[in-house]
Design a protein around this ligand. Structure first.
Ligand code: PPS
Length: 578
């Protein structure tokens, strides 16, 4: 049998889990008496694809026998190929309250009933084994392993689903098509061959050329099928991406391409994920699926080693090609060849020894941050304009200057001096969240235990992230003694704008000699307990952007040092003064 004979257009059975009519009404009524589980963001994505048939042949969250076989062999107990464990994770208390045969109401965070689960089994998974077998690593540098170990509940609940209603979305109504709607659209247009393109990134010319070539090779229609559920942390938000895809669509020949949004929670599982993506696209009625370089790859581990080889995903899909029911269209990395003003696969270009150009995602982010020109060989003007709306250059972004240091190190004084300089420059609103001041308002009632300090510092981080997101400047000046809290703030704030950590590196002896508030004396005398630097630790920042030494320079000089560094990093523009 040739591979084309294997392809059933718009193929395969779709599970239909949705109740209708009287059965639906009866289930709604009965569910009022069932215990409820509120689904997490990831479970909401999973249940949408379970209920709409995107995860066919699954009829619910995996039970233990299916889970074990999926983890070990990428197969369900029926023998069907299924590479990704789709599990309903819960905490121990919920797990112990449930047993086989129980019915559970699965709800969204507003309480809306989405489905009724009939429990088949409840168990505690071996997460190390799951990580090792499914993702090929136990390193928490892998986002799915990190999720599994830190966010997922300790137990899994398996069982079949009766669908009450699909999760509700209020955005992009016209672009959210279910597998059934997609198949109907292909049918109505007579598109016998449809090649799907999976993406979690904005698309530029390389992607346009690649998808164009794929559609031509296959002689079919192109489905741009971006993921709008959960992608890799730090990715461009999907609202921006979808606006970019809509712009890009205009650059294809009339009638060649359609966009539809996929509410999938990606795991970044590389090879296994590629097989999973192919099955999902088959369910959506596609006959072909593009797999490029490092498909669904999470990048590199903390030690710099890539989690997967660049073409591992293609190899695993090829290995299962015959039973997949959808044909892979493999692609090498596409690069720009200036001499020919064309995009071509890197291996062909390298074989000829031609010069080529490319811009990585990281480079693009840097160029956007600097407000640099993006060359027309790389992207389209309208796509770039859309990206610039959400990624303005640094001097137009909000940012947070986060001072950290011992009590008496000079944080507040330098922070105040910096604030005044920023107000003098103008252009953005400035808010100072000083340690002492915060404790009289935002964190009133909190003490100095490890837990209370963490809450205090992360509350400051939350407010700073909101200020940053809205384009303002937040200056924070708590002691913030623990690295973990600073790291959490850094992550939260960098996602929405600039984060600049300033370590006010003043030796304890100097702070103690200053003892402006007389607190060190009291701490030494044991009157104050748990005082930072005396009997509570100060963890020195690992990678601060700026180190200020107030023992060696004046306050004016320290504030100027921070100001100059902000200019240097591009967050401030002196011309703004004019
Ligand atoms: S923390 O650790 O970041 O939550 O601390 P912060 O909110 O910045 O509050 C520090 C100010 O509270 C006073 N104070 C103490 N500091 C440290 N340890 C203990 N046990 C303590 N008790 C009271 C102190 O005046 C700090 O003010 P600054 O401005 O840092 O000198």
């Amino acid at each position: 049998m040739t591979s084309t004979e294997l392809i059933k257009p718009h193929g395969g059975e779709l599970c239909d889990l949705m109740l209708t009519g009287d059965a639906l009404e009866a289930a709604r009524e009965a569910a009022l008496h069932y215990p409820s589980i509120t689904l997490t963001e990831r479970q909401l994505c999973d249940i949408e694809l379970l209920l709409n048939g995107g995860f066919s042949p699954l009829r619910g969250f995996l039970g233990q026998a299916d889970y074990d076989r999926v983890v070990e062999e990428m197969r369900l107990t029926s023998g069907d190929l299924w590479p990704m464990p789709i599990t309903l994770d819960v905490d121990e208390a919920t797990a112990t309250s449930l047993s086989e045969g129980d019915k559970v109401a699965l709800r969204d965070p507003t309480g809306l009933l989405l489905a009724v689960l009939t429990v088949s089994d409840v168990w505690q998974p071996d997460k190390q084994r799951e990580a090792e077998k499914v993702f090929g690593t136990t390193s928490q540098g892998h986002p799915a392993v990190h999720y599994l170990m830190n966010e997922a509940g300790s137990h899994y609940v398996g069982g079949t689903l009766e669908g009450i209603q699909l999760p509700i979305h209020y955005d992009f109504h016209d672009l959210r098509r279910t597998p059934r709607e997609m198949r109907a659209l292909f049918e109505a247009n007579g598109w016998d061959k449809v090649v799907a393109f999976q993406t979690r990134n904005p698309m530029h010319r390389a992607h346009k050329e690649l998808t164009d070539r794929a559609a031509e090779e296959v002689g079919g229609h192109l489905l741009i099928h971006p993921v709008v559920g959960m992608t890799k942390p730090g990715d461009v938000d999907y609202f921006t991406r979808v606006r970019c895809y809509k712009k890009l669509l205009r650059h294809y020949p009339e009638g060649r391409a359609t966009i539809s949004l996929l509410p999938l929670a990606m795991r970044m599982g590389g090879p296994r994920e590629a097989v999973w993506h192919a099955i999902i696209r088959k369910n959506y009625g596609c006959t072909h699926f593009i797999v490029g370089r490092d498909h669904a790859g999470p990048g590199k581990d903390t030690d710099g080693t890539p989690f997967y080889g660049p073409y591992d995903a293609q190899e695993l899909v090829i290995a299962h090609q015959d039973e997949l029911g959808i044909q892979m269209v493999p692609f090498r990395l596409m690069v720009y060849v200036p001499e020919r003003d064309a995009y071509e696969p890197i291996d062909e270009v390298q074989q000829r020894g031609d010069e080529f150009k490319m811009i990585s995602g990281t480079q693009l982010r840097q160029m956007l941050a600097e407000g640099a020109e993006i060359p027309s060989w790389f992207s389209y003007e309208d796509v770039v304009a859309e990206l610039r709306r959400t990624h303005p250059p640094r001097h137009k972004q909000g940012f947070t200057v986060f001072f950290t240091g011992l009590s008496g190190s000079g944080k507040s004084t330098v922070a105040n001096a910096l604030m005044v300089k920023l107000l003098e420059l103008g252009g953005r609103p400035v808010t100072l969240l000083d340690g002492d001041v915060v404790r009289t308002h935002l964190s009133k009632g909190l003490g100095f235990s490890r837990e209370d300090r963490s809450i205090n510092v992360q509350r400051i981080g939350f407010v700073a992230s909101e200020i940053t997101k809205h384009g303002g400047i937040a200056i924070c000046a708590p002691i913030a003694p623990y690295e973990a809290d600073r790291r959490a703030n850094r992550q939260r704030i960098s996602d929405v704008g600039g984060y600049i950590e300033v370590f006010v590196d003043t030796p304890l002896e100097v702070c103690e000699a200053r003892d402006v508030k007389g607190l060190y004396a009291k701490a030494r005398a044991g009157i104050i307990k748990g005082f930072t630097g005396i009997d509570d630790p100060y963890e020195v920042p690992e990678n601060p952007e700026i180190v200020v030494k107030t023992a060696e320079q004046t306050i004016e000089e320290s504030a100027q040092q921070v100001f100059d560094a902000l200019v240097e990093m591009g967050y401030l523009r002196i011309e703004d003064e004019a």
